[in-house]
Write a protein that binds this ligand. Sequence first.
Ligand SMILES: NC(=O)c1ccc[n+]([C@@H]2O[C@H](COP(=O)([O-])OP(=O)(O)OC[C@H]3O[C@@H](n4cnc5c(N)ncnc54)[C@H](O)[C@@H]3O)[C@@H](O)[C@H]2O)c1
Length: 387
Amino acid sequence: MKKICIVGGCGHVGLPLGLVLADRGFEVTLLDINKNAVDLINRGIIPFQEEGAEELLKKEINRNLFVTDAADIVKEQEVVIFITGTPVDEHHNPKIHEVLNVVEKYLPLMNKDQLIILRSTIYPGTTEIIEQKLQKHFNARPKLAFCPERILQGKGIEEIKNLPQIVSAVSDEAANEASEIFSKIAPKIIRLEPVEAELSKLMLNTWRYLEFAIANQFYMMVEDKGLDFYKIFEAMKEDYPRAKNYCKPGLAAGPCLFKDTMQLSAFYRNQFFLGQSAMLVNEGLPNFLVSQLEKKLGSLKNKKVALLGMTFKANNDDIRESLSFKIKKELEFKLADVLPSDPYLKDTYKLEDALSECDAVILGVPHNEYLNLKFEKPYVDCWNVWK
Ligand SMILES: NC(=O)c1ccc[n+]([C@@H]2O[C@H](COP(=O)([O-])OP(=O)(O)OC[C@H]3O[C@@H](n4cnc5c(N)ncnc54)[C@H](O)[C@@H]3O)[C@@H](O)[C@H]2O)c1
């Protein structure tokens, strides 16, 4: 089976993919600059929450799976997969150089016979720019593919095996080789051209972000009028099949949805008004939740507020771009004393202590630990878990 190296292999996307490929018999090396993560994974420890990952790691480490921070390993590979971060800058433009710099760093170690697969969520046209760079360096047509990852963080192992894989490439040879690899782990291959594949991933994440924005806008509109949003929401959905997938309000946070909507906006010369509006709505929800609590308490000055759930989503330990931190900041602007609590994070208040010490509660994210809580203090819960 082929020798595959994953650059960024200790990250949230690289690690599950590496584990699944190793489990299917490929010889996989995870290459990462994060020495701490390299060390943990080498010791059989998954650095973040990922269902089913620890069992696979125990089975595959030093068998089909190797982990290193030594760049030289790239030379020996048949396939090099790049999965590093693709953030936007402070003006919400894609930081394209971060992607290009990673490829450039490893260029001297790569050769024209290797299949190179881009797997990060990239700005439309990036594959073509990288193709040009590789072409110049190799003085030959590179075997370059773009195969976007579409997993739900935390459930990657399961989803990689069940979701169709979109494959695009700059040549049929590269597309066929990439398809051959992914057909060993995914049930179906869907072929697109690179720019179509780049857009497909951005449009998927943006669509999800817009769905949350609709729910959040309606929640704020209705609650602001003193009405009960969920009473209307449940009535709308009851036995009405077309509203089955109408999503609930909640903090739309995390490292992907916001920045991918902004990437799409930059692609459309900042004329993507729907995406920009969704950003204003979703980023405005934390402020709205604080104002709801302020209405209940009169003033937040010197009030102790327990903020339950600091991660960006429920039942996960990832705090990247979590909007709970925006709630915390807004509460602090109002001179409240914030008691952050989260069972997944060290250095936060224990749930019992936060609840007994506080004057009021805001639910940041609905971890399972919070679903059946009983307490007699004023609260704000846009997720409706305490009904
Ligand atoms: N997190 C998700 O659920 C998800 C889902 C689908 C797609 N994506 C996309 O996948 C990409 C990666 O996201 P992520 O969440 O895995 O990010 P991450 O930050 O968890 O992982 C990136 C990894 O790359 C490593 N890295 C950075 N520079 C490197 C270099 N020069 N050499 C080797 N390693 C390097 C980092 O140390 C890190 O371990 C992004 O484009 C993201 O939008 C993420």
